[in-house]
Design a protein around this ligand. Structure first.
Ligand code: AMP
Length: 629
């Protein structure tokens, strides 16, 4: 079958198509209805069916692969290596699940996981899935305010954390940030479970904080059966940034997610049971959820979990791991490759990479020089993936499990089966033809695996995603794109104020709110500016309450440092702007809207165009002057 036939079937008859794909996982009770789309835009997949993500990821493989590696952990930060077989993982998950139950966690409770890349994080996610608790993993690079707002929104009964992580040899304490986050949140968890790695001392709150090693020791023989969940139950919440300061909890189901991942492992990633999958992402991101934890394990593969950077101890470390663990499928981000590109290309050919079939790259635009450099260096196909936290798996790529659709430089590829991708005019909602720029949208129903709703806020789900295109209720990706005459899509950046720094999605609004919380700042604007390494970096422009506070260059430097420290402390280093400049006024329309696109154009040395609506054109001149110092 050609890919276009396969794709057409998925769009013409989603129920028949997905009923077939659903056979890739184990069901405890068969579903009675493939798709319930009676309340658009909500789509409920595999209604009536019961299943379990942990069963499909682990228990299902016990009879055939008990002694095969399931979770391979390598840390070049702490020089640790651990290999857990399916049987080991099964045991550890039950120990963790039993500990969670002792701490009062029951089905439907939220468990927030704020952890570095260690096996216990994966074990905790799978233990939640096993007993029907809803996990919410928060990226370890977020600081207390970001974490606090997520605690408040998810209202977890339990938080699982660690003493610290390590980044490029530097220990990053987690516990003080967690304590501060809990202090800031109106909701308080009843328990905190600490994984003590022995990296950094921390203080404990008696009655609330518990030590995992001690509790695990009393549950070594725990047998915790899988709880069969409705396919449409919630498996997890994962927060992502949007245009408001308030992060959105992307809520995912159980059955649809399991089917989508199992299907993608076969058709997109071409991974087989017994092989090894290596994703360099972090469990705090959607790629980590789908392709460090659930996807590979559901597909019967071992997953390689790596704590470390791509260049320590040397720029060959990723390929050394590919050789050692015979990785067949690898997943990374363009930023990681651009980091490697600064090092000798010989690192790419030093190891035996014969096991590796393809390298998938996702999360941000893949520029052609980076793609060609890595493809030539490795001698392997590079496959771009375009998707979002909301969709859980690729919207655009090529499915080499179906046919060998050629890739095209600069394009992530074609719409994936199940995604009825449209290119629409943002003002009229009209469908656009080849080579016309429009908003990338997805017609209903969203396929299995995509978000069910915004956690606790159905209204926000409908308003945010399905109400921005005039005249029709379609899902907006908030990305600009064009399609060539062969149907390949090209991504042209966001339509909203979301920026992408090193593959990490950040809302400029959140950063602005943090900068505004500095007492010297009256107002500010943050924009994403093109950067050769990170894709984009955040740049801030702040108007001070008292402009004389930044009169001299020494004052400006000190104040910039202080403002950046606030962002660092509240949101974390990943959200810290590269620079904050002080200006007397911001370019605004007469109605008071900050002209972010014009600011961005000036920062990138582009012409901001003729701005008929600008209130005071001298603001742009002031901006240029601030940039040159
Ligand atoms: P996230 O939800 O953090 O995965 O971010 C999703 C956003 O990242 C998308 O809406 C795009 O703006 C961008 N993005 C993800 N993958 C790609 C890609 N392959 N090419 C271009 N942009 C991408």
């Amino acid at each position: 079958m050609t890919y276009s036939e396969f794709y057409r079937r998925s769009i013409a008859d989603p129920s028949a198509f997905w009923a077939e794909e659903a056979k890739r996982i184990d069901w405890h009770t068969p579903f009675t209805q493939v798709l319930d789309d009676s309340k658009p835009p909500f789509a409920r997949w595999f209604v009536g069916g019961t299943t379990n993500l942990c069963h499909n990821a682990v228990d299902r493989w016990l009879p055939t692969q008990a002694d095969k590696p399931a979770l391979i952990f390598v840390s070049t930060e702490t020089d640790e290596e651990r290999i857990l077989t399916i049987a080991d993982l099964h045991r550890e998950i039950q120990r963790m699940a039993a500990v969670m139950q002792t701490l009062g966690v029951v089905r439907g409770d939220r468990v927030l996981i704020y952890m570095p890349m260690v096996p216990e994080a994966v074990i905790a996610m799978l233990a939640c899935a096993r007993i029907g608790a809803i996990h919410s993993v928060v990226f370890g690079g977020f600081a207390s305010m970001s974490l606090g707002s997520r605690i408040e929104d998810a209202t977890p009964r339990l938080i699982i954390s660690a003493d610290g992580g390590s980044r490029a040899g530097k220990v990053v304490p987690y516990k003080p940030l967690l304590d501060e986050a809990i202090r800031l949140s109106a909701h308080k968890p009843s328990a905190v479970l600490m994984i003590n790695r022995g990296l950094t001392p921390f203080s404990s709150e008696p009655g609330r904080d518990h030590d995992y090693t001690a509790l695990r020791a009393s549950h070594l023989d725990a047998q915790v059966p899988v709880v069969w969940l409705a396919s449409t139950d919630t498996s997890y919440i994962l927060y992502t940034s949007g245009t408001t300061g308030r992060p959105k909890g992307v809520q995912r189901d159980v059955g649809g997610y399991a089917v989508a991942l199992a299907s993608s492992m076969k058709h997109i990633y071409c991974g087989n049971p017994g092989e090894t999958y290596f994703s360099t992402s972090d469990i705090g991101w959607v790629v980590g959820h789908s392709y460090i934890v659930y996807g590979p394990l559901i597909g019967g593969m071992a997953t390689l979990m790596y704590e470390g950077t791509p260049v320590r101890p040397d720029a060959g470390i990723l390929w050394q791991l590919v050789e050692r663990f015979k990785v067949t499928v690898m997943f990374s981000a363009p930023t990681a490759i651009r980091v490697l590109k600064k090092h000798d290309a010989q690192w790419l050919s030093r190891y035996d990479l014969s096991s590796l079939r393809s390298l998938f790259l996702a999360g941000e635009p893949l520029d052609e020089p980076t793609s060609s450099w890595i493809s030539e260096g490795l001698g392997k196909p590079i496959i771009d993936n375009y998707w979002q936290t909301e969709t859980g798996w690729p919207i655009l790529t090529v499915a080499h499990g179906i046919d060998k659709t050629p890739t095209r430089l600069g394009s992530p590829g074609l719409p994936m089966y199940g995604f009825d991708v449209r290119l629409l005019d943002e003002n009229t909602g009209q469908a656009l033809g080849p080579n016309e720029k429009g908003v990338i949208a997805i017609a209903q129903p969203l396929p299995p695996g995509c978000m069910q709703t915004v956690w606790g806020d159905d209204d926000r789900f409908v308003k945010t995603y399905f109400s921005s295109i005039p005249g029709q209720q379609v899902y907006s990706t908030f990305d600009w794109g064009v399609r060539d005459s062969d149907g390949y899509y090209f991504i042209l950046g966001r339509t909203d104020d979301v920026i992408n720094v090193a593959g990490h999605r950040l809302g400029t609004r959140e950063i602005e709110e943090s900068i505004n919380s500095h007492p010297a700042v009256a107002e500010c604007a943050v924009v994403g500016v093109a950067d050769p390494l990170k894709g984009q970096v955040a740049i801030g422009f702040a108007v001070l309450r008292d402009p004389t506070a930044a009169a001299s260059s020494a004052d400006r430097l000190a104040l910039e440092g202080a403002v950046l420290a606030v962002v660092n402390q509240q949101l974390g280093a990943i959200a810290r702007p590269a620079r904050v400049y002080f200006v007397n006024l911001l370019p605004k329309t007469r109605s008071g809207k900050v002209l972010r696109r014009s600011i961005q154009a000036v920062c990138e040395g582009r012409d901001p165009g003729v701005l008929t609506t600008i209130e005071d054109a001298s603001a742009l001149t002031a901006l240029r002057e601030a940039l040159v110092g």
